[in-house]
Design a protein around this ligand. Structure first.
Ligand code: GKR
Ligand code: MG
Length: 435
């Protein structure tokens, strides 16, 4: 602990769990619930400056946050090393077991630290009248490219949103509520999303239907969009090595990269011996501790960082540098999220010295927002770095209380796509390897 009394300190941490409407998107673990959970942090300082951040929600992370809250009051938000040390003392070092087998991450330390780091950077930016991107070394680009993120889905949308069943909806609003369960419907979804947002790269979430249909969808996308639009497929590690090899052979010349078709670094390394498509991951190499084995085995060509899971924006900059050093590509993973996360991802994306792949985002799937001014625009497939100091976004207090009320009312406390799927198909079970 810094012996000197800081002139700036954390006076309060307002930690608000929220739930936002989410459509019935399919993945290897089941189906999205009608609401996705997030946590919004407002870090209030003695000087009245408030820093914001947003992380994936759920009771486990919420409780972890509350556990350390009192220990953080009075600390200097500039002393992030000290804050990280304090979290390690409380949570130990996150292990890969804690990450879990799901497509998303469950680790407490990285989530909580990421929330604190981003809010602290927001405060520093506001104090210095500088955008967060400048605190990461300055902007290498003014706007950041994102990819269309397609999902197989059931009909309808999530939560109590008005966009779920509007028969008069057209364009993206219509596609967002339509079913997408075969290759043609995936092409329709892609066209609606790309027309609305101008995306120039396309990712399909796989692992939901049988692999032949998923490969057919990728081929249909290439036929519809032509060979110059980069395409990716992500089965979330639910395919056997054999399936991944035969699908990979079909998809050579179709995919820009093949994301987590198989589980674990060893399987990924074996796959890369048999298939000539770059492999990407947000599942087998997910922390700095995984890097030595990743390099030894050659488990992937591209690491999909996520500042919520890698411990913040600066850690993601460090990861980018390591990727560069070892000849790995770097891009970004996402989960269902709102505008504070979008702003943080965009500042990071703008600061990266090189950016070879459009970043993932679920943002078009969410109709609600927690920031003033509504959704951050995506134009020509890219997001401009928000203007103004810090993250450049402000909380809309009414929206925050509405989304918090959703959380209290919806009864969901953890993301559980398997349980959600069992409401539709009671015998459905998550499997580590399904096909
Ligand atoms: O939103 O269903 C989803 C995704 O499957 C998400 O949970 C994953 O974490 O987008 C992610 C991925 O790239 O694996
Ligand atoms: Mg993935």
């Amino acid at each position: 602990m810094n012996a000197k009394q800081p002139s700036l300190w954390i006076e309060d941490l307002k930690i608000t769990p929220i739930a936002m409407g989410d459509p019935p998107l399919l993945n290897a673990a089941g189906i999205h619930a009608p609401y996705a959970l997030r946590i919004i942090l407002e870090m209030v300082t003695n000087r009245g400056i408030v820093g914001l951040s947003e992380i994936p929600g759920g009771e486990k992370i919420h409780r972890a946050f509350l556990k350390v809250k009192e220990l953080l009051i009075g600390r200097d938000p500039f002393q992030l090393n000290e804050i990280r040390q304090l979290l390690s003392e409380n949570f130990g070092n996150d292990t890969s077991d804690e990450r879990g087998a799901n497509p998303w991450d469950q680790r407490r330390l990285v989530h909580v630290f990421s929330a604190l780091e981003v809010a602290s950077l927001d405060i520093m930016g506001k104090l210095l009248d500088r955008p967060v991107v400048d605190l990461l070394g300055g902007a290498a680009r003014e706007s950041v490219p994102f990819a269309a993120y397609l999902f197989y889905k059931r009909e309808g949308a999530g939560g109590t949103l008005g966009y779920g069943t509007d028969p008069a909806a057209t364009g993206w609003a219509q596609a967002r509520q339509a079913a997408a369960l075969d290759p043609q419907q995936i092409v329709n979804q892609a066209q609606a999303m790309c027309n609305e947002f101008g995306f120039q790269s396309i990712k399909l979430k796989g692992g939901a239907l049988d692999p032949t249909t998923e490969c057919d969808s990728m081929i249909a996308l290439q036929e519809a969009f032509g060979p110059d639009v980069p395409l990716r497929l992500d089965p979330n590690a639910i395919w056997s090595l054999e399936t991944a090899i035969s699908c990979g052979k079909r998809l050579e010349g179709v995919l820009e990269y093949y994301e987590d078709p198989v589980r674990g670094q060893e399987q990924m390394a074996k796959l890369s011996q048999s298939v000539s498509i770059p492999l990407a991951t947000n599942m087998c190499t997910t922390s700095f501790a995984d890097l030595p084995e990743s390099i030894r085995l050659g488990s992937e060509h591209i690491i999909l960082s996520d500042h919520h899971f890698w411990g913040g924006l600066k850690a993601s900059m460090e990861l980018h540098r390591i990727c560069n050093t070892f000849g790995r590509g770097f891009s970004m993973h996402s989960n269902s999220h709102l505008g504070i996360s979008m702003a943080a991802m965009t500042h990071l994306g703008a600061a990266l010295p090189t950016l070879d792949y459009a970043l993932d985002t679920h943002y078009p799937w969410q109709a609600e927002e927690v920031i003033k001014g509504g959704k951050i625009p995506i134009e020509d497939g890219a997001v401009r770095v928000p203007e103004g100091p810090g993250l450049g976004v402000e909380i809309d207090p009414d929206a925050l209380s509405r989304l918090h009320q959703n959380y209290l009312d919806c009864g969901l406390t953890e993301r559980d796509d398997e349980a959600e799927m069992q409401k539709i198909e009671p015998s459905w079970r998550f499997e580590l390897v399904r096909w």
